[in-house]
Design a protein around this ligand. Structure first.
Ligand SMILES: Nc1ncnc2c1ncn2[C@@H]1O[C@H](COP(=O)(O)OP(=O)(O)O)[C@@H](O)[C@H]1O
Ligand SMILES: O=P(O)(O)OC[C@H]1O[C@](O)(COP(=O)(O)O)[C@@H](O)[C@@H]1O
Ligand SMILES: [Mg+2]
Length: 359
């Protein structure tokens, strides 16, 4: 008998079900023994409280194109892992006990950075864990890509495309806020795909003088409108020079809903142009996975299942230079993958004339 557990943790994305389908189909198709499948509800919460569903082949049929997660998800912050739940339950011992009670041979954890830290902790506690790199943000260290990222780029790009027509009709400057608090992968990729004029990401602090100059240069060339893509975590040079605590306090004290509104106000004041803000928000995580996402999700699922059948645990499946690989959890835990400001795509975007506000 082979007993496997599955859970999805952290912010959801479009390709979670596609990934779980990849795992389950591969295990059922290739296991030499009978297989029992347990799906934990709402991320690590289900493992802590023993909330699970016994699942069958049929549960994973028809979910390839279904966004979200059939298991539900939640955020269980790693830094709170050793703080008991409100009802006194100790999280780590409870998770270990439930894993043992079900006599699991392996736990598949679909999650991002924080969730991977918890997975590593469970590995240290002696559980057989395999992590799969989920997040629209693409900020998981150790893999060139995460599932969720391709679909998020598509949604964000469509938003930029749609804003173009109205921006052009009215001759307006639009500030479009794209997800990414610490990293700028989606704003960078969607910004290039959507033909943005300015892209501001956390990895490249901006100077408003440069942003204003870029908008004015475009106007001088006859551009009636301008599209400024900003990451949720876009940061100015002055802010980047601040102490982390002071910057956090500044963000917490913001009166406007988010950074895009502050930037829009400053652009309007300094250019005299009519400026509007668009925020696609959680639509970037919603809807069906696109074709590229489905392929990568399937590859991750198959590779994770293959490892389980080989009896290999304690790593995250990843893709490097087009090859599926297994990266030890201890190497992944606690690291973020940032956009390299000197990367080819940033350089090419700059040569094309896109401003990142740094020069
Ligand atoms: N007048 C317009 N109305 C609607 N969309 C436009 C308009 N001009 C450009 N776009 C769209 O903007 C994106 C970037 O196009 P680009 O060639 O960079 O435009 P521009 O020459 O104005 O900078 C493309 O998706 C393009 O289809
Ligand atoms: O789900 P919330 O709490 O609204 O968080 C929104 C944030 O989650 C993300 O979608 C990413 O979530 P993960 O890091 O869990 O993958 C960000 O891009 C976004 O800024
Ligand atoms: Mg993230």
């Amino acid at each position: 008998m082979l007993r496997i557990g599955l859970l999805t943790s952290g912010g959801d994305c479009q390709a979670l079900n596609a990934t779980m389908r990849g795992i389950v189909k591969t295990v059922l198709n290739n296991a030499k023994e009978k297989v029992e499948i347990y799906g934990f509800e709402d991320g690590y919460q289900g493992l802590i409280y023993g909330r699970y569903r016994k699942m069958e082949w049929a549960d994973f049929s028809g979910v390839l194109t279904k966004g979200g997660t059939i298991l539900g998800t939640s955020r269980t912050p790693f830094k709170m892992l050793d703080t008991p739940e409100a009802d006194g339950v100790e999280k780590v011992p409870a998770m270990v006990a439930n894993y043992r009670k079900l006599k699991l041979d392996c736990l598949f954890m679909l999650g991002g950075n924080g969730s991977t830290k918890t997975a590593n902790r469970l590995r240290q506690e002696g559980l057989n864990v395999i992590a799969l790199p989920k997040t629209i943000d693409n900020d998981t260290w150790g893999t060139d890509m995460t599932f969720g990222f391709p679909s998020a780029i598509d949604v964000a790009t469509r938003c930029i495309d749609d804003i173009h027509t109205t921006a052009s009709s009215h001759g307006r400057v639009f500030v479009i806020e794209i997800m990414g608090h610490k990293v700028g992968w989606i704003p960078l990729y969607a910004g290039v795909a959507g033909g943005a004029d300015v892209i501001l990401i956390p990895e490249i602090p901006y100077d408003m003088d440069n942003v204003v100059a870029a908008i004015e240069r475009r106007e001088e060339k006859g551009g009636r409108f301008a599209i400024v893509v900003v990451a949720e975590g876009a940061i100015s040079r002055e802010e980047a020079a601040m102490k982390k605590k002071a910057y956090k306090a500044k963000v917490a004290a913001r009166v406007k809903p988010s950074v895009a509104y502050d930037i829009a106000e400053e652009i309007a004041a300094r250019t005299g142009r009519e400026v509007r803000v668009a925020v696609p928000g959680h639509t970037q995580r919603g809807g069906a996975p696109d074709a590229q996402d489905r392929i990568f999700a399937t590859q991750c699922g198959v590779e994770a299942a293959r490892a389980c059948l080989e009896g290999q645990f304690g790593f995250m499946v990843a893709q490097r230079a087009g090859k599926m690989v297994r990266v030890p959890l201890e190497d992944v835990a606690g690291k973020l993958k940032y956009v390299d400001p000197d990367s080819d795509l940033v350089r090419e975007a700059k040569l094309l004339g896109i401003s990142f506000g740094d020069e």
